[in-house]
Design a protein around this ligand. Structure first.
Ligand code: NQM
Length: 364
């Protein structure tokens, strides 16, 4: 026998996963995680016995409930289900899955849609902080169809604008977690930054790469992966993240000069597989490094704009990600006020996911 748990399968930005209402899952973490592992089919590199897509970008969970905070409509908890290990982690946020939260909350009836567009204020439980999503709701219903296009997704959809306020230091406590714009680890210069996602920037050429390799080419290079992991483990402690050996942060972004008119080119380890694009908050952190004086990114982008609102195009393996950043330049280290960007999302399936009863028996 199997147990059925209501949920929806959604694409959020360039990621995909299951969206649950919190009260359809047990509160107890170990039990909840066993259910999620079974639902996705982990641990197994093909996730053949579950609905996971055999890649970290398609092995994601969003848990949503009405918010108890006065300044938010819903609470969104993100969980990364490891593909090949029995691990479920809440140590990172996910801005791509976030794009599906507004539509899901409206579909579930916990947010009442307003005519044409509905603003949903989302409390991001993993890191704290509020995101505001603008969802298209003509005639009070979520509209997924439209002309908006994001790189990494082949089809156009309705736009979902996301805005983040004051997300600097969301996981590490400060925008520059080590207190420096540049650190040197294992003889390699890095910039550590957290504007919504802890990211370590490394010049690709310092690791013997061009920065224009395909994700597959980078993943095939065992020596490179070991060097990056050694740097990551040391920086985890220095970035106030503690022992990161079982965590999915910080992300490791190899950077090089832009090739297609953008500000910078990236290849991002998340942290062991290489992203086919770049994460939302990952892109926000990289874009921020591009405009902060003294970072290794700034020497590559070579911009010197003093504009209060800047649009930074972060190139990645499947195109580019435009991040709008609003800052206050009147202080020594520019103060990042707001980050805004475009995503799309689509409801792919709704119903119940089935998990074997031996897991669910522990529920009763
Ligand atoms: O950085 C992948 C994704 C992400 C995270 C990852 C994300 C973000 O693309 O906000 O969206 O870096 O693990 O889903």
């Amino acid at each position: 026998m199997q147990s059925a748990i209501p949920c929806s399968l959604m694409r959020g930005g360039t990621s995909k996963g299951l969206f649950f209402m919190a009260d359809n899952l047990p509160e107890e973490t170990a039990l909840r995680d066993s259910i999620l592992l079974a639902a996705m089919g982990s641990p197994d590199e093909r996730q053949i016995d579950g609905v996971g897509g055999a890649h970290p970008l398609t092995s994601k969970i969003a848990i949503v409930k009405p918010s108890t905070l006065p300044n938010a409509d819903v609470d969104y908890l993100f969980l990364q289900v490891s593909v090949d290990q029995a691990l479920v982690s809440d140590t990172q946020n996910c801005g791509n899955m976030l794009a599906g939260v507004g539509p899901f909350a409206i579909e579930q009836g916990i947010i009442k849609a307003t005519e044409d567009e509905t603003f949903v204020r989302i409390h991001m439980v993993n890191t704290g902080g509020i995101a505001i999503a603008k969802v298209q709701t003509p005639e009070g219903k979520v509209d997924y169809s439209g002309d908006a296009r994001i790189d990494g997704v082949p089809n156009n959809s309705a736009p979902i604008f996301l805005e983040f306020l004051n997300i600097a230091g969301s996981s590490c406590g400060q925008l520059l977690p080590t207190g420096n714009t540049i650190d040197s680890i294992d003889g390699v210069e890095v910039t550590c930054i957290d504007n919504g996602m802890p990211v370590v920037l490394i010049r690709a050429e310092d690791l013997g790469k061009t920065g224009y390799e395909t994700p597959q080419e980078l993943e095939n290079d065992e020596q490179l992966k070991q060097r990056i992991e050694s740097i990551r483990l040391q920086l985890g402690e220095m970035m106030n993240l503690g022992d990161v050996s079982k965590k999915t942060v910080p992300k490791m972004s190899l950077i090089a000069a832009a090739r297609n008119g953008g500000a910078i080119c990236t290849r991002t380890f998340i942290p062991h597989r290489v992203h086919e694009a770049i994460g939302v908050l990952g892109a926000a952190s990289v874009a921020t490094a591009c405009i902060l004086p003294g970072t290794i990114a700034q020497s590559i982008v070579n911009t010197n704009s003093q504009d209060v609102v800047q649009l930074i195009d972060v190139e990645h393996p499947t195109g580019a990600f435009s991040v709008e950043i609003e800052l206050d330049n009147n202080v020594a280290l520019p103060d990042i006020k707001r980050v805004a960007l475009l995503r799309t999302a689509r409801l792919l399936m709704r119903g119940e996911v089935l998990v074997p009863d031996d897991i669910n028996q522990k529920l009763n």
